[in-house]
Write a protein that binds this ligand. Structure first.
Ligand SMILES: Cc1cc2nc3c(=O)[nH]c(=O)nc-3n(C[C@H](O)[C@H](O)[C@H](O)COP(=O)(O)OP(=O)(O)OC[C@H]3O[C@@H](n4cnc5c(N)ncnc54)[C@H](O)[C@@H]3O)c2cc1C
Length: 379
């Protein structure tokens, strides 16, 4: 059984979600936002420090615990909400824990674990997404401080964030060593949210365009050291890809569960849909997609646990699984007939929400190139 050791954790998380989260989700989706206070509720329950070392105030859990969390939390029918929380705790918090100084941890990580401060990770720019190395946000040294100018876009939690891990170019002559991550307080003069983006799905999530005009930060605000931004980003993105896939598998399982129920309830030509051979075949294939996804994720998690290089496998897992999860949600709509196209039943939201997965955190094409290089070599 998967996550056998974490079964009690999963049971109590499901109880927590049923009480404090799921009943509110439809309202959040309709409103196009979720209340930031939910971070405090999650923090009080100890859920925001799962992958953070005990020395830094976290739970000290491993990647398997984080995976169990992602799949279970992913069952909540609002991927914008679940990924917003996971970006904060599992990606931003994890990066701060791994690379941050004691000062940065005291200022940002401690309150991030309690949910009092909310974090975002900003790589993407209006002119640089897949081709991240062409990013144009610069941080220029000025005495003891740095002055940041530029723009970021599509930033999850961007409107509500108290701080942002911001990937900047610090030395254009140094190639991949010319990037540095700064931990930027969003209250600083010159930092602004220029736009809240309207989207097809992830409706409850705030996705922002950010502008930085002469934002002044200090040397102490550098995450790790100057010049380490690229390698930190690659590592964070790699884990983010797996987090997105695991969270999506949790959602896809719920989508399949409700579809099976619908096929049991719906009668056509005097038969329940579930008793029609062709429909059973479709459902079996949906189940196969989930099983394949679980196996691939388990493999990637096992490598992460061993501390082995995981960039290729995380890219491959996201590339292979997420496309199929979108198709799964599409089949769920089809099996619901006309009702599948309405907002009365779950599949349409799962489809809209899962549709982002072959784009966000690395597109299917770009990850395909990366996997291709791993398999066939560079030359
Ligand atoms: C809701 C949402 C939340 C997001 N959250 C965050 C966040 O929190 N932080 C953050 O930094 N970013 C975030 N992103 C950004 C996301 O990671 C990028 O959208 C993604 O990496 C793709 O970049 P792009 O949009 O610039 O597309 P582009 O890079 O412009 O790509 C456009 C198309 O060209 C294709 N393409 C590009 N290069 C190649 C190539 N070499 N070979 C083949 N095809 C290619 C792509 O696959 C794609 O189909 C978010 C995006 C969305 C929509």
């Amino acid at each position: 059984m998967r996550y056998k050791e974490h079964q009690n954790f999963i049971d109590s998380l499901r109880k927590f979600l049923a009480q404090k989260v799921t009943p509110h989700v439809n309202e959040w989706e309709e409103k196009g936002d979720f209340p930031s206070e939910i971070f405090k509720t999650l923090g009080e329950a100890g859920y925001l420090g799962l992958l953070i070392n005990e020395d830094s105030g976290g739970v000290g859990g491993d990647y398997e615990l984080a995976a169990a969390w992602c799949e279970t939390f992913g069952e909540v029918p609002s991927v914008g909400f679940t990924v917003g929380v996971n970006m904060h705790s599992l990606v931003v918090g994890h990066a701060l824990d791994r690379f941050g100084s004691k000062r940065l941890k005291d200022i940002w990580l401690t309150p991030a674990i309690t949910g009092e401060k909310i974090g975002a990770y900003a790589f993407t720019e209006p002119g640089a997404g897949s081709d991240l190395a062409s990013l144009r946000t610069t941080a220029k040294r000025d005495g003891d401080s740095w002055v940041i100018n530029g723009a970021k876009t599509f930033i999850t939690n961007g409107c509500r964030a108290s701080f942002v891990l911001l990937l900047c170019r610090t030395d254009p002559t140094k190639g991949y060593n010319g990037f540095t991550t700064f931990v930027v307080d969003t209250k600083l003069p010159g930092f602004s949210v220029s736009k809240r983006l309207k989207k097809l799905g992830w409706l409850a999530s705030d996705t922002a365009e950010l502008t930085l005009e002469n934002v002044r930060v200090s040397n102490d605000d550098i995450l790790g050291e100057e010049g380490q931004g690229w390698i930190q980003s690659s590592e964070s993105l790699s884990w983010e890809r797996l987090m997105l896939t695991l969270t999506s598998i949790g959602g896809a399982k719920e989508c399949l569960k409700s579809t099976i129920q619908y096929c049991k309830d719906r009668v056509a030509f005097g038969k329940r849909l579930i008793d029609i051979d062709l429909i059973q075949e479709i459902l079996i294939d949906m189940k196969r997609v989930i099983l394949d996804g679980e196996i691939l994720c388990d493999k990637a998690i096992a490598l992460l646990q061993k501390g082995e290089d995981n960039r290729g496998i995380c890219a491959a897992v996201k590339r292979l699984v997420c496309d199929e999860l979108v198709e799964l949600a599409d089949k769920a709509i089809q099996l619901h007939g006309g009702y599948g196209y309405t907002t009365e039943f779950p599949p349409e939201r799962w489809w809209r929400d899962l549709r982002l997965m072959p784009i966000g955190g690395g597109t299917r094409e770009v990850l395909g190139n990366l996997v291709g290089k791993e398999i066939f070599g560079k030359g």
